[in-house]
Design a protein around this ligand. Structure first.
Ligand code: ARG
Ligand code: ZN
Length: 452
């Protein structure tokens, strides 16, 4: 009698430690569609894939080195999609999902452990752990780091900005936000690593004296928690709509610039549902309001996403349209890519976001650019391949953190040199003062002389 009870108890312990695959939405039979688009004919087909298939498949990412596009195909559509592609003479592969992506470590007990930079480098954290980490950093560096609440998510979680080097002056700002797409987990770690590194290392004090950094490490906390506990592939927000079986909108289609035009869906079950109207999502409203309050000072903006190893520049709402200063954006984008490559030879490609495989309107990068933020980008972080996709193995987090940090640092340096208020060193200001004194002296002297 006692024996089975003990066994049950034992199993219970294991379940507390790890989320088993069975906690998650079941994706048995789903496939990753891989299409090699090197041929121009196939590339055009891929760009028009929605018309060809009669629906827009869930785009996961692309491997630009192998020129492959990756889509997530529902179980019931696999056979039909495959047939359609074959009929159109499109070579493709239907790959199985790597089951490792469903083995997620469950949250640990917050009361018993402090989240440290080690955790940020070696594992994915839940929302509470992320918040605990930024609180600790703010307490550790009270003069450098300040937290600012931007608003609440649909389910009432705080959207928090971390302001680093905010000394009340009018320094230019670089704004970074992460994880508007819930399943793109690596973006949160990159943002937290950035916060900690810039705030803690004395080497960056000089940079921070002329540029301020604002980082929003989790722009979609509801979606993220849902992707950790219920559905690994969840991308959208968690808003509910009356009379609909599907909830959530793609927050990166919800920004008020060419809202609802291209590369979006108006049907609520789509992964790229753009919402009932622009800024319908409270997360987007909070972010746009916060940015607009200080938009004249924000000179750099990066939205962190995954995956694909790409640095994307506007415009992305349509094809073959570029801002007038596009050469500057390309140049700085390439400098960012070069800085990443120098670390470990990881290659990021600098491309226009609309000219790739699909334009998408209502995204944050376009909106930021439209508000006059000069250097506005979306970065698709590692990996480049679809083997693990959004679940980059935890032992690779640290490297991606360090690489992305280099890219962001390049942008900060560029903003400093273009927009930074020249720092007046004590000796320089002393000589400036003495020059003014000398001038005054001369004026009085000449006046005096004249009068005399
Ligand atoms: N993967 C991102 C998305 O689908 C890319 C956004 C790029 N920006 C753009 N304006 N299209 O949301
Ligand atoms: Zn994304």
């Amino acid at each position: 009698m006692k024996f089975p009870a003990l066994l049950l108890f034992g199993a219970g312990i294991i379940l507390i430690g790890f989320a088993s695959a069975s906690d998650y939405k079941n994706y048995d039979g789903f496939k990753i569609l891989e299409v090699k688009y090197a041929e121009p004919r196939v590339r055009r087909y891929v760009q028009e894939i929605e018309q060809h298939l009669g629906f827009m498949p869930d785009f996961l990412g692309e491997n630009w080195k192998l020129q492959q596009a990756h889509y997530f195909i529902e179980k019931d559509s696999v056979a039909r999609v495959s047939r359609q592609l074959t009929a159109n003479n499109i070579t493709h592969r239907m790959r199985d999902l790597n089951q490792n992506i469903f083995k997620v470590r469950k949250r640990r007990d917050l009361e018993n452990s402090q989240v440290t930079i080690q955790d940020v480098n070696y594992r994915y954290l839940n929302y509470n752990e992320q918040m605990q980490f930024i609180n600790t950093v703010a307490q550790q560096f009270p003069n450098t780091v300040k937290l600012q609440k931007l608003g609440n998510s649909y389910e009432g979680r705080s959207i928090t900005a971390v302001r680093i080097g905010d000394d009340g002056t009018n320094k230019p700002i670089v704004w970074i936000d992460a994880g508007i797409h819930a399943r793109e987990w690596i973006s949160y770690n990159v943002a937290l690593y950035l916060i900690y590194t810039i705030a803690s290392e004395p080497a960056y004090r000089d940079l921070l004296s002329s540029v301020q950094l604002v980082v929003v490490p989790n722009t979609n906390p509801d979606g993220y928690e849902y992707s950790r506990t219920h559905d690994r592939m969840w991308r959208k927000t968690r808003s509910r709509f009356t009379n609909s079986r599907c909830g959530g909108a793609d927050a990166n289609r919800n920004y008020p610039f060419y809202w609802g035009t291209k590369g979006v869906s108006h049907s609520q079950c789509s992964e790229i549902y753009c919402g009932t109207r622009a800024q319908s999502e409270p997360e987007v409203l909070a972010l746009t309001n916060a940015i607009q309050r200080e938009e004249t000072r924000i000179k750099g903006y990066i939205a962190l996403h995954s995956y694909g190893q790409e640095i994307l520049y506007p415009w992305g709402h349509t094809m073959r349209q570029y801002p007038s200063d596009v050469q500057d954006l390309i140049q700085v984008g390439q400098a960012m890519a070069a800085a990443v490559k120098a670390i470990n030879n990881t290659e990021y490609s600098v491309v226009n976001s609309g000219d790739g495989l699909y334009p998408a309107a209502g995204a944050s990068d376009d909106w930021a650019k439209s508000r006059g933020i000069k250097f506005s980008y979306t970065i698709e972080l590692s990996p480049i391949d679809d083997e693990t996709g959004f679940t980059l193995p935890e032992d690779r987090i640290n490297q991606v953190n360090r690489e992305a940090f280099q890219a962001i640092q390049v942008l900060m340096i560029e903003v400093k040199s273009r927009f930074g208020i020249p720092k007046v060193t004590s000796s320089a200001s002393a000589s400036a003062n003495s020059l003014i004194l000398l001038k005054r002296l001369r004026t009085t002297m000449s006046r005096g002389l004249g009068r005399g």
